[in-house]
Write a protein that binds this ligand. Structure first.
Ligand code: NCD
Length: 356
């Protein structure tokens, strides 16, 4: 079953993933066979927030398929700086391109974009919410290195509150059998309630812990993350928490011999450089796998037919009060509820306020 937009990893089914991964493996094995697969196709790349890996990974992926890319990596030079709405920017871009990749500091921005686009939208990160294509890179890495996904203990460590890669990864892993989650964070940066509700609904086994050292020996995968400075309201809180977890060669001695150390990158001090040469450190390979899985994704998405923009029915009786939600800045957006959860915002997943 094709998916139209990739907004959340919840859009992804196991069958779709298996098909994408098989295509990715074939691309890795025979890259030359794909070098013209997107010839004549155009990707628009709208980055309203800084990026190195994701932006250039998409660009490299499209170029390796023979396609073209235009866009911006900084909205200062675009009409956004004149006050143009996201909806109008997306309408324009969707008339020029065959697929749009978007990164925004606002939660739910990709969902909002999908309401105004005739072509597929790919979420390349929406605030501290989701980052589904990083998860595709993570799943590819796990599959390539472990021969499959499942029957594993995964420790996810760092800023679980604001780390969008964490939220997407946890959502995705629920599709696979027997995954045990060790959620390692300081209490202030614990995983959000909507993610815990998701884990419970999916009957996943998880524990929340604060110590990396005592958890490390049990892990098959350690997924380290950066403390997300840009999401902190209080700079003093960031200073206090920024080095709460530091993995170094000495600590890694306690890990299993085949434990994978992953990180979406960029890393700051949470993994010291003396870990890089350890064969268990796979974070740079993870970035390369990311390019190949994005090639597979673009191959599927950029050939999709255009679908005219259709009006949607707003949800009555609710208002999203999450200050980081895209509905706070793009105030014309219709209020939308999640399917089967009328009081949850379809853009940012947070509980909404009931209004009379
Ligand atoms: C991540 C992101 O942007 O969320 N980076 C990436 O896309 N590989 C992780 C981060 O910035 O910490």
């Amino acid at each position: 079953m094709p998916i139209r937009h990739l907004i959340s990893i919840e859009d992804v089914t196991l069958d779709w993933w298996n098909e994408l991964y098989a295509l990715c493996r074939d691309i890795i094995a025979r890259p030359g066979d794909y070098s013209l697969s997107c010839s004549g196709r155009v990707l628009a790349s709208l980055f309203f927030e800084p990026s190195t890996r994701t932006n250039f990974s998409f660009q490299a992926a499209m170029m390796r398929l023979g396609g073209s890319v235009f866009g911006f990596s900084e909205p200062g030079g675009t009409s956004t700086a004149k006050g143009e709405t996201l909806a109008d920017t997306v309408r324009m871009m969707s008339s020029y391109a065959d697929t749009i990749v978007i990164r925004s500091p606002h939660e739910g921005a990709a969902k909002a974009a999908s309401l105004y686009s005739e072509v597929p939208i790919i979420n390349a990160g929406d605030g501290g919410h989701f980052h589904p294509t990083q998860t595709l890179a993570d799943l590819t890495t796990i599959s390539m290195r472990r021969g499959g996904i499942g029957d594993m203990n995964i420790g996810i460590c760092g800023d679980l509150l604001n780390g969008r890669t964490v939220h997407s990864l946890v959502t995705a892993l629920a599709m696979f059998p027997n995954v045990n989650y060790y959620l390692i964070s300081p209490r202030e940066l614990a995983i959000p309630d909507y993610m815990l509700a998701y884990l419970k609904k999916q009957n996943q086994k998880y524990i929340e812990v604060t110590s990396l050292e005592s958890t490390l020996p049990q892990l098959d995968i350690l997924y380290m993350t950066r403390i997300q400075r840009e999401r902190f309201k209080d700079p003093a809180a960031y200073e206090r928490l920024k080095n709460v977890y530091v993995l170094n060669r000495r600590k890694l001695q306690a890990a299993r011999k085949d434990c994978l150390v992953m990180h979406p990158l960029p890393r700051l001090d949470e993994i010291s450089r003396d870990v890089d040469d350890d064969p268990r450190a796979v974070y740079f390979d993870q970035a390369r796998y990311g390019m190949f899985i994005r090639m597979a994704l673009l191959l599927k998405m950029t050939h999709a037919p255009r679908v005219p923009v259709a009006p949607c029915t707003p949800a009555a009786g609710y208002r999203c009060v999450n200050p980081s939600c895209v509905t706070g800045t793009e105030t014309y957006l219709p209020v939308l509820s999640k399917e089967n959860e009328p009081d949850s915002c379809a853009y940012c997943d947070k509980k909404m306020l009931t209004i009379s």
